[in-house]
Design a protein around this ligand. Structure first.
Ligand code: PEP
Ligand code: MN
Length: 337
């Protein structure tokens, strides 16, 4: 349930409400808005009925949160969440672009792609050091060395870095090298990983599972937020359907659906959705038009040599062209790039 305090509620009254919730064994998540304080009460509500809380001084209203996810829901927070990472604000008017190779390969290649995407206007460099590969014999990523290359690329270019975590034991490495931690589609329901990442103060991008519904995606995001981390963004990256013409089916309606149900920013990754270079640009444009807060794109200077996903990578020159077009689309829908 949500406890809405009166605009004139004192700090003492607020503390008394919080204490009441904690004493009952429930968890209060406090949102301090400009006008008033709102507290989401998480846990088994049978131990503390809404009547007890509504009778307390300073309380204006107690409302149930009807959706199964609570902290993630628009019912809990009306305003969009904006994640500020060193001045790069995700979830506001500006559509952010994350671009780079599928995986970190050689240092030289990473640096040259990073320079290319930076010149074209990307703000965030992507690149996997731990790769979730379908076959155990495929390239699994450079691990810690790859993370070090990403850190060096950040120093050289000023780009922020997003990279995937697969194992909670790598959390300290992530804290050191990543600006945004990515949880990949295959780990969307790895609940221990979600809670672990949620217990740190570091922005997270959670990708939609291959066969997950929007509700399941939001419930997974709830695991991260329930552990304390409020800096969560979601990513639509295509879902598996009967269609085989594309790698996955990009569910663009999820962008609008998520905007209605949740206050969290939503990013679209057309590269993994379509899986073919020539289909990436049209879907990236459609995603911006649909209201995505950001776009993630795979870019490679030599796709034939890429260790993975070369068939969906954009060449730097095509990425540049696409960025110019995305800018115009963003303006047409009252956004900017
Ligand atoms: C990726 O972005 O590197 C990736 C593996 O994507 P997904 O988890 O969406 O398949
Ligand atoms: Mn990839």
């Amino acid at each position: 349930m949500i406890v809405v305090l009166k605009p004139e509620a004192t700090d003492l009254q607020t503390e008394q409400v919080i204490a009441k919730i904690t004493e009952a064994g429930l968890t209060p998540h406090v949102m301090k808005g400009v006008e008033r304080v709102v507290i989401a009460v998480i846990g088994d509500e049978r131990v503390l009925g809404p009547d007890i809380l509504s009778a307390m001084s300073g309380v204006q209203d107690v409302m149930p949160i009807l959706s199964p996810y609570k902290l993630v829901s628009r019912e809990f927070q009306k305003e969009n969440t904006v994640i500020d990472i060193q001045g790069v604000r995700i979830g506001e008017r500006r559509v952010v672009v994350m671009a780079g190779p599928c995986s970190v390969e050689t240092k030289e290649r990473l640096f040259s792609i990073a320079e290319d995407v930076k010149m074209a206007g990307a703000l965030i460099l992507r690149g996997g050091a731990f790769k979730p590969r379908t076959s155990p014999y495929s390239f699994q990523g450079l691990g810690e060395e790859g993370l070090e290359f990403l850190s060096e690329a950040r120093t050289k270019t000023g780009l922020l870095v997003i990279t995937e975590i697969m194992d909670p034991r790598d959390m300290s490495l992530m804290m050191k090298h990543a600006d945004i931690i990515q949880i990949g589609a295959r780990n969307m329901q790895n609940f221990r990983l979600l809670s672990e990442v949620g217990s740190y103060n570091k922005p997270v991008m959670l990708k939609r599972g291959l066969s997950a519904t929007v509700k399941e995606l939001l419930l997974s995001a709830e695991y991260i937020m329930a552990a304390g981390n409020r800096q969560v963004m979601l990513c639509e990256r295509g879902i598996r359907t009967f269609e085989t013409a594309t790698r996955n089916t990009l569910d663009l309606s999820a962008v609008t659906v998520i905007k209605q149900l949740s206050h969290l920013p939503i990013i679209v990754d057309p590269s993994h959705a379509v899986g073919k270079t020539d289909l990436v640009a049209p879907m990236a444009k459609a995603a911006v038009a649909a209201g995505a807060d950001g776009i993630m794109l795979e870019v490679h200077s030599n796709p034939e040599l890429a260790y993975c996903d070369g068939e969906q990578a954009l060449l730097p020159k095509d990425f540049r062209l696409l960025m110019a077009q995305l800018k115009k689309i963003a303006e047409a829908v009252d956004r900017e790039m």
